[in-house]
Design a protein around this ligand. Sequence first.
Ligand code: 1GP
Length: 247
Amino acid sequence: MQVEEYLNDIAEREGTVHLTLIDPASQSPEAAAEIAKAAVAGGTDAILIGGSTGAGGVALDQTLIKIKEEVDVPTILFPGNAGGVSTHADAIFFMSLLNSRDINYITTNQVMGAPIVYKSGIEPISMAYIITEPGGTVGWVGDAKLIPRNKPELAAAYSLAGKYLGMHYTYLEAGSGADQPITPETIGAVKHVLGDNKLIVGGGIRDGRTAKICADAGADMIVTGTIVEETDDVKKKIEEIVSAIKK
Ligand code: 1GP
């Protein structure tokens, strides 16, 4: 089954998808594979692989190879730039940072990466990427004109533009390690205009309660990354979040 269909099917049947983000720059490929294995045991639906800095090249390829030896769920690239493409993944979030001030993050990296994706046969999943305050490293690197936390209508307008441009998914990002996730008001306003188009929410989600607030507000998919790097028990932590967001 295609990865996009796999994710959409889970969103329909189980209410919400859980995605575990692993940054290849944060640990060895072997350690990343152990995290992925524990996250899958905890109920995560797919592994996202990417990061804003140092997340390409040999580290990315080796991390994917080791993860695929340990888990059967799809591996999806979440690239910070064209260097975040690897032929070892199953799919790629083929994304444009809609609120960047830098054309490199809106179209140029996509132009550089597209021929590699075409030749590799990995599945592109078109996605609008929108960063809100506080934005973190990805907001700085991507030169995003951060959407204020109290301006849901701006996030909704960006999301609608992405939908009208034909993007299937919308990713609302608060930045990895954000002190607070996207507000329920913003999530609700965006989901309202997206309708059946899928909404991914990430950044600053650290527990089941917060994940459930985001899911109840309208998120179809929840991404967590920092918690798997910080916790001593990845399986238990992912179980806590997955059990809070699934029907
Ligand atoms: C970052 O949204 C993801 O791109 C995940 O954020 O690391 O805060 O879970 P966290």
